[in-house]
Design a protein around this ligand. Structure first.
Ligand code: ATP
Ligand code: PAU
Ligand code: K
Length: 244
């Protein structure tokens, strides 16, 4: 049994795996980290590995504290991955993006794949049918868009995410909801259309904290899987064990 942990820019996500199956998943704040891990380990006594991928600012020590009970493994850019990397700056490619690319490569062998992760940032990652990671895009996430409008203007209020009634906003709040939600939906549909035009066949995976909210609003029919990063982390670790 393994415990996978994804330290994101805002929150932490974790899941317990037995083979390829998720037994349970968790979301929590950084300050609760050690307490939550302890609780999970008490419930799932046969967890032998803690597998961590982190783009956040959590100290390694918080995880290393558990080394007396199990093996702790941090996924890094130095590991071997199931794809070859055509990114111009592979050393600065986010580890979350590498893990997503690895998961897509292993779970959907020899197909074009686009992984869209709608979290704090929205990232787009493309791995082609020859298992070459080609790159993608980084854009501000849903909540970040609301926060930036408020923070970098004098007059705009900070709103909570809400579905716009229409693309024509008839008030300040409606205009913000339309600009942020419709804007992001159009962006994602626009990217999907570009990739679909370039590839005759492509698998598209939508994940991250806003995946479900966005999936229902897209013109393109996309299956959302908010656990895809954790599943990919599990796959990446299994791949490492097999290839060591
Ligand atoms: N309690 C919450 N805190 C923050 N974001 C939330 C919360 N609930 C829902 N969300 C939504 O989830 C999005 C953030 O997604 P997610 O939790 O995947 O980000 P993250 O933890 O920063 O991970 P990553 O850095 O990998 O994107 C926000 O845009 C927001 O709309
Ligand atoms: C883009 C984020 C912040 C998304 O979590 C992360 O993947 C990251 O810090 N990336 C580094 C830059 C890059 O991927 O090229
Ligand atoms: K993200």
């Amino acid at each position: 049994m393994i415990l996978t942990i994804d330290v994101g820019n805002t929150r932490i996500k974790a899941a317990v795996f037995e083979g390829d199956t998720v037994l349970e998943s968790f979301v929590f704040d950084k300050i609760e980290l050690e307490k939550k891990i302890k609780k999970i380990l008490e419930r799932f006594k046969t967890i032998a590995h803690l597998v961590v991928s982190s783009v956040g600012d959590v100290e390694k020590q918080s995880f290393l504290a558990f080394e007396t009970e199990l093996k702790v493994y941090f996924v890094s850019n130095e590991d071997s991955f199931p794809f070859s990397n055509n990114y111009g700056t592979p050393k600065t490619l986010g580890i979350d993006r590498m893990v997503l690319a690895a998961g897509a490569t292993l779970l959907y062998p020899n197909q074009n794949r686009l992984i869209i992760d709608a979290g704090t940032c929205v990232t787009y990652d493309f791995v082609d049918e020859n298992n070459v990671y080609q790159g993608g895009a980084i854009a501000p996430g849903l909540r970040l868009r609301y926060e930036s409008l408020h923070q970098f203007t004098a007059k705009l209020p900070l709103l909570a995410v809400q579905s716009p009634e229409d693309y024509i906003g008839k008030s300040t709040t409606e205009s913000i909801h339309s600009g942020v939600v419709n804007g992001l939906v159009y962006e994602i549909d626009g990217f999907i259309d570009e990739y679909k035009a370039a590839c005759t066949k492509i698998i598209i995976i939508l994940t991250g904290g806003d995946a479900d909210f966005l999936a229902k609003r897209l013109k393109n029919t996309i299956f959302a899987n908010s656990n895809f990063l954790l599943e990919s982390l599990n796959q990446t670790f299994q791949y490492k064990i097999k290839n060591d």
